[in-house]
Write a protein that binds this ligand. Structure first.
Ligand code: AGP
Length: 614
């Protein structure tokens, strides 16, 4: 779960690598390093951010060269320090490598290399890999490409690598298994990135490597693509990217997270494009249309995911059971994969993932597939591994999400899941026509309704001022709002480091109520309909114990307004839609609290955007 970049061509490489790494910092940001070659290799590495790395380049001479590789790290093996940072260099000093992934059998390879006299500076698996490549290259007297090929045949684990050999500076060798790798094709120049963002401003022609593929990029001979398992030459498939560079820029906002929160009306429009055309036309999700027989005969639906995407799955359980009358289970992918779960013929497994790369979700998919489940994936990143590993599925089309805390991707997931439930329920005849029509009518205008919610941001910012010193928060919700309470708590803790827990409101009296005193802020999601009157009783219980209440209520509410310390109103709507709206003020509340506390909102400590390790 790191970011890798590379360039080989005729432009000065330094800026390309540094700017590229900055775009990939969302993938990991505890240390960074680059290697540039100009007659000799210059390697600089630093603990901390790419900006810390930049400050090491005080000498113009060091910035020279038009070939190089770079890395921004999320530590797996060994602490984040200068020595463990990439690029790692072989014992001869000739070969350098950047690696995103984990080499699981690095211990056994290392002991063989130690016996041969190799020495290791770092604690990393990647330093073992670069020396394995060197050992093979030197003992078999072969070129770098072949040596990488033989080394990868020995390796167990996951990788996206870029390897450079100073004895042949016209070439970079790349390979992929598990972790993503994109190659940008320019005019007599090539770019490498964990995603295309480092090279989008230069070229939109891109090759995504598939698992078990390697590309030997040679300035004179061009690009050669090989399949590692079969040892065969492949024809590269060059995609014309549609991404916009603006998507990966902050566009005037202080942080990506804030930009992404405000993008949500547009993102949901993009999610619905071509699927929900108007309130009077039928929903059209082609993968559901095509595989409707599977949903018709499904005995059970199992959602698998992690983190925020798991919260989307939890809300989907409420939606699907209510509207489809099919039993639903929601599983943490990390638990599911190790549990030997019972999967029967006719079960549909629906993995949900923003990145499409999450290692636990991917492993759970592979296991469910082996057990014969039908896999219907919900992903945001187009062409991601999870999208490719599932039988079919649907993209959320939320656009690039750079902030580590997921916001717009979650809103698009839950909007899409509701749309799917309505579509399948209508086809199955398990939803009343009048209800279907009512919800569709509201869903069709949800982008406008969200604009209204976002227009309350100043008020939410003012509310946030009261809680900068809070040590704990509780989030309570019932029914459809329970998953939103969990998501609100996760958002707050991941970016502000304030401890926060989400609970079903009625569970409060079974334990958490003991925590309530004057210093405890409690966010209560108390929108009209559903369990409103029950929530009023919970609010009274909190009030009696002196807790500070921040209530998310429907416009026009009078009852809770009288009891709460702070009130944030959202428009009245159907209870199926209310969670999509209620989530927005919680995102903003977390953002403002974290930002005012001086936390790094886009890159919270210890986290990374996509978790490609167990
Ligand atoms: C969200 O704010 C988190 N950073 C995290 O929980 C995330 O949702 C989780 O890692 C799953 O990622 P995915 O959706 O890319 O699979």
């Amino acid at each position: 779960m790191c970011g890798i970049v590379g360039y080989i061509g005729n432009k000065p490489v330094y800026d390309i690598l540094i700017n590229g790494l900055k775009k990939l910092e969302y993938r990991g940001y505890d240390s960074a390093g680059i290697m540039l070659y100009d007659k000799t290799s210059v390697i600089k590495k630093s603990k901390g951010k790419v900006a810390d790395l930049e400050s090491l380049f005080t000498n113009k001479e060091d910035k020279k060269g038009s070939v190089g590789i770079g890395h921004t790290r999320w530590a797996t093996h060994g602490p984040p320090n200068q020595i463990n940072s990439h690029p790692h260099v072989s014992n001869s000093g000739e070969i350098s490598l950047v690696h995103n992934g984990i080499i699981e059998n690095y211990h056994s390879i290392k002991s063989v290399l130690l016996k041969k006299g190799y020495v290791f500076e770092s604690d990393t698996d990647s330093e073992v890999l670069v020396n394995l490549i060197e050992d093979i290259k030197k003992s078999k007297k072969i070129k770098l490409g072949k040596a990488v090929y033989y080394a990868l045949k020995q390796v167990v684990g996951a990788y996206a690598i870029a390897v450079f050999d100073s004895t042949n500076p016209n070439e970079i060798v790349t390979a992929k298994l598990g972790s993503p790798l994109a190659i940008g094709i320019g005019k007599s120049e090539y770019y490498i990135g964990s995603d295309p963002s480092p090279f989008l401003e230069f070229t939109k022609r891109c090759i995504y490597l598939n698992d078990h593929e390697m590309a030997i990029i040679n300035l004179k001979k061009g690009l050669t693509l090989r399949e590692i398992k079969e040892d065969s030459i492949l024809d590269p498939f060059i995609e014309e990217l549609e991404h916009d560079i603006e998507e990966v820029e902050k566009g005037g906002y202080d942080h990506f997270m804030l930009k992404e929160i405000f993008e949500q009306p547009q993102s949901i429009k993009d999610t619905f494009r071509g699927r929900l055309i108007s309130a009077s036309t039928p929903i059209k999700i082609s993968s559901i249309e095509k595989h409707f027989d599977k949903f018709k005969s499904a005995k059970r639906i199992i959602f698998i995911s992690c983190g925020t995407s798991w919260h989307a799955g939890l809300l989907a359980e409420y939606y699907f059971e209510e509207l489809l009358r099919i039993p639903v289970e929601v599983e943490y992918a990390s638990e599911f994969r190790y549990r030997n779960p019972i999967i029967n013929k006719g079960d549909i497994v629906i993995p949900i993932s923003q990145s499409g790369e999450t290692a636990d979700t991917l492993a759970a998919i592979k296991m469910a597939k082996e057990k014969g489940a039908f896999l219907y994936g919900i992903c945001n990143v187009v062409g991601s591994t999870i999208a490719r590993e599932t039988h079919t599925g649907v993209y959320t089309h939320a656009g690039s999400e750079i902030g580590v805390a997921s916001t717009k991707a979650f809103s698009c997931q839950i909007s899409l899941l509701l749309l799917m439930a309505l579509d399948i329920g209508k086809r199955l005849g398990t939803i009343e026509e009048s209800r279907y029509k009512r919800v569709i009518k509201e869903l069709a205008i949800i982008p406008q309704i969200l604009e209204k919610v976002l227009s309350k941001s100043k008020h939410i910012e003012n509310v946030s001022e009261n809680f900068l010193d809070a040590a704990n928060f509780l989030y309570l919700g019932r029914g459809y709002q329970f998953p939103i309470a969990l998501e609100g708590a996760l958002k707050l803790k991941e970016i502000s480091y304030i401890h926060a827990e989400g609970y079903p409101a009625a569970e409060m009296k079974h334990g958490p109520i003991a925590l309530i005193d004057e210093s405890m802020p409690i966010v209560v999601i108390a929108t009209k309909k559903g369990h409103y009157h029950k929530i009023v009783s919970n609010v009274l219980e909190i009030k009696a114990r002196g807790g500070q209440i921040i209530a998310i209520v429907s416009e026009g509410d009078t009852e809770i307004k009288k009891l709460a310390d702070h009130v944030i109103e959202i428009p009245n709507c159907d209870e199926l839609i209310a969670p999509i709206l209620a989530n927005i003020p919680l995102q903003l509340l977390s953002y403002y609290i974290a930002n005012k506390k001086g936390c790094n909102v886009d890159q919270p400590r210890n986290l990374a955007k996509s978790v490609t390790v167990e």
